[in-house]
Design a protein around this ligand. Structure first.
Ligand SMILES: *[C@@H]1O[C@H](CO)[C@@H](O)[C@H](O)[C@H]1NC(C)=O
Ligand SMILES: *[C@@H]1O[C@H](CO)[C@@H](O)[C@H](O)[C@H]1NC(C)=O
Ligand SMILES: *[C@@H]1O[C@H](CO)[C@@H](O)[C@H](O)[C@H]1NC(C)=O
Ligand SMILES: *[C@@H]1O[C@H](CO)[C@@H](O)[C@H](O)[C@H]1NC(C)=O
Length: 494
């Protein structure tokens, strides 16, 4: 057994990635057509369209009501617990405990207690939901109100803390993660939730997507006919990936680390909480080396790509091909990266699919993580299965026309570059030379791609171990925290 550090592996680049001017959150979700003809739900939120939105393509949030308080939380298929990061909110508790836990994030630590309150998501009420209520939060910045974990009960710090008081079995029941708790209270509701992450345009508008519980979006009823991708891990939404194609050529992965995955295939976690998907380094190199003019920065461990260039990347599941939109391959980043002209801002474009640097001894259940930059290209239905059927995911592609996607990329990228400082593409060799001087080194959050030593999530009094040190899915949200930190440093990601 081993557990996943979902630490976001974006390395120091994130420190100078910058958010465009924060746009106000929409008061209601409305018609929105973006990307390759994907149409989103119309009108205000309905009972089952709870919605998910992003300001920056890195953090996806939804609105909930917990114990009478409205919260905006990160929607996270990769973590377990409902975590509230704002200390001292006057919840109407249904039960209280003095059980303490610690949860640490990449650049901040939280201490809190396990509490219970009624949770409302859309029109669905989940009675007596156990959650982590922070009493102390350091350094998390303007990170939203918390995290809604929507995976499985396995390795939950809340359950671990409760187990000390009521034993393992009872803790699994009373401490169940929100979706599992909901479905156990509402046996008639199909045990599934659907997610469609949308793409904020590069000029920083809010993008509204779909988060539906127990139903499929009218525009994606066909997801019910998609192949059932059985989860190969009881800890993650981890499914078998047949192939990754770059310009039509299949990349050769090493044998999967996960038992039961057929030769030539690998296991991929589908994780909304992971902004920049980490892949084995040779897979990242295969993608970006296929882009004309792209160069690799040894010191940063990132690819610097000419901002107007792209490649054709797709992932294949059970014979269904999911094309990745060119806008999801690279991100623009502005900073003083040009050592020849250190006072001036320049724009670079960097890889969104990044090196997986997790220690393979410290996790099980997957070979790579497909985060937001992949998930923006799929409508995905996550199903908990039943006594006879293990959990599975069904997906349909949303980026279906490569020519249209390319046109959108060219138009949007050109529009954003027109508003940004001059580009320094991969050929501008100053960028790697400037690594040590850029804003990247001006904060001390974490070294590139290395899981922070402080990423721990242990129940109080339990013995910290390598395994539970790495089990806090929420740690991944450091992408968001770092992004916020970057804002403070005046950097700027589009
Ligand atoms: C509250 O929690 C305690 C254990 O911490 C349990 O014994 C008690 O039954 C709970 N009360 C209710 C109303 O759920
Ligand atoms: C395969 O494994 C070897 C040895 O660990 C490693 O050096 C190489 O990068 C791996 N290749 C891929 C495609 O993951
Ligand atoms: C990208 O821009 C460069 C320099 O302006 C130009 O030479 C190149 O043809 C452009 N590439 C594409 C795909 O438009
Ligand atoms: C560089 O960009 C940042 C963020 O947009 C801005 O605050 C700063 O003033 C710029 N510096 C120069 C020299 O233009």
């Amino acid at each position: 057994m081993g557990f996943l550090s979902f630490f976001p592996l974006v390395g120091s680049i994130v420190l100078f990635l910058v958010f465009s001017t924060a746009t106000a959150k929409p008061s209601s979700f409305s018609v929105d057509i973006r990307g390759s003809g994907v149409m989103f739900l119309d009108g205000p939120l309905t009972a089952d369209n709870i919605g998910v939105f992003t300001l920056n393509n890195n953090v996806y949030s939804t609105d909930i009501n917990l114990g009478g308080i409205n919260l905006t939380v990160n929607l996270d298929t990769g973590s377990i617990d409902l975590v509230v990061l704002k200390p001292g909110l006057p919840f109407e508790f249904t039960n209280t405990t003095t059980l303490q836990t610690n949860e640490s994030f990449g650049i901040g630590e939280t201490t809190g207690t396990v509490q219970f309150a009624d949770l409302q998501i859309g029109d669905l009420v989940i009675p007596q939901q156990a959650f982590f209520d922070a009493t102390q939060v350091q350094d998390l910045g303007a990170s939203g109100d918390g995290i809604l974990g929507i995976s499985f009960n396995v390795q939950s710090p809340v359950i671990a803390a409760l187990a000390q008081a009521v034993g393992d079995d009872a803790a699994q029941q009373v401490g169940a993660t929100p979706m599992i708790n909901l479905f156990s209270h509402q046996p008639d509701l199909p045990d599934s939730f659907d997610v469609l992450l949308t793409r904020a345009d590069e000029l920083g508008d809010v993008a509204q997507g779909t988060f539906l519980i127990g139903a499929h979006d009218d525009n994606f009823q066909n997801v019910a006919d998609a192949p059932q991708l059985t989860s190969v891990s009881n800890e993650h939404w981890s499914v078998v990936l047949d192939a990754m194609n770059v310009n039509g050529h299949a990349f050769q992965f090493n044998a999967s680390r996960v038992q039961g995955v057929p030769p030539g295939k690998v296991a991929a976690v589908l994780d909304t909480g992971f902004s920049f998907p980490p892949l084995p380094p040779p897979a990242v190199d295969a993608i970006y080396s296929s882009i004309p003019g792209a160069v690799f920065s040894q010191t940063q461990g990132i690819w610097i790509v000419p901002c107007n260039e792209t490649t054709q990347l797709s992932f294949v599941f059970e014979g269904n091909e999911f094309l990745v939109h060119p806008l999801d391959l690279t991100a623009t980043s502005v900073g003083a990266f040009d050592s020849a002209n250190p006072g001036a801002n320049v724009t670079v474009c960097v890889n969104r699919f990044q090196y997986l640097t997790l220690d393979p001894n410290e996790f099980t259940g997957f070979d790579l993580i497909l985060g937001d930059a992949f998930l923006r290209n799929a409508y995905a239905s996550f199903n908990y299965g039943d006594v006879n059927t293990p959990p599975f995911v069904q997906m349909v592609p949303t980026t279906t026309d490569p020519n249209q996607a390319l046109q959108e990329f060219q138009a949007q990228r050109a529009a954003s570059l027109a508003k940004l400082p001059p580009t320094l593409d991969g050929q501008g060799a100053q960028f790697p030379a400037n690594d040590a001087n850029g804003p990247a080194s001006s904060t001390a959050a974490s070294s590139p791609g290395q899981p922070s030593a402080s990423t721990t999530a242990t129940a109080q009094n339990s013995t910290p171990s390598v395994t539970n040190k790495l089990n806090n899915g929420a740690g991944r949200h450091v992408v968001g925290w770092l992004g916020v930190a970057a804002l403070l440093f005046g950097a700027f990601l589009l």
